[in-house]
Write a new protein. Sequence first.
Length: 268
Amino acid sequence: MTSTGTSTTAGAKAHAREQEGTSVACSPTRPAPADTVWREVISGGNYSHMNVSRGTEIKLTDIEGDACAHVLVFNADLLAERLNVADTVKVQWQVYMSDGYLLLSDQGRVLASISSDSPLHHDTLFGTSTLARNVRRYGQGAAHSSSPAGRELLALAGLKHGLRREDIAPSISFFKGVRVSENGNPIFVGGQTAGAQVTIKAEMNLVVLIANTAHPLDSRDQFISTPLLVEATPGSATTDQDTLWVKTPEGRRAFINTANYLTAKGAK
């Protein structure tokens, strides 16, 4: 008898082997730099996670033009310290990300900084999709369904680092933009062309969680999510000799808070 589904050992084994390679939907044609520390293609509806060292530069590429990277970052040395999107927006007086935008923690420190050539196509306001929302929208929303919700994927990624579901705070979305009209209504502006990129520089040792799934305001009837390329290479964290350090008074204070924290714990 041929086993189907995952209710038997044989069926579970067959299902597991079918998943091989599904996180890599395509193979990038260009070779990776020799010093690459993380290189992965996250297919639509999948997730990834990694610990990266301070100074690491994480480049995200929307390969086909319909990826949406929902990103959360945590202080790898103190997981209770995590991205606080509300403070990130409030402290910088800006909801629209652009070059030099800082990702701030709830401790007023800089977890990461952003370099981007597509400031209109990211979102700090609406977070990622939820199970209930995707069930209403697409009929399914579980992590291993055909239309997985971003929160379900981020929760799975977080588990790999000892994080609980309640630790999954609102995320930032890259490659799918939202603008706010004069009357306060959100306007979903979608993505850009294939090949759009953004780089996240780790200003501390970080745990990085990424879910590649449809944006919650995507108005299309079908669930659409295309591959996302992640490439990380070693680099240098921002110092007081960099123009970004003094770009704004608020940013300077956040960098000083970060430097004081790192100095106190003996980090260089």
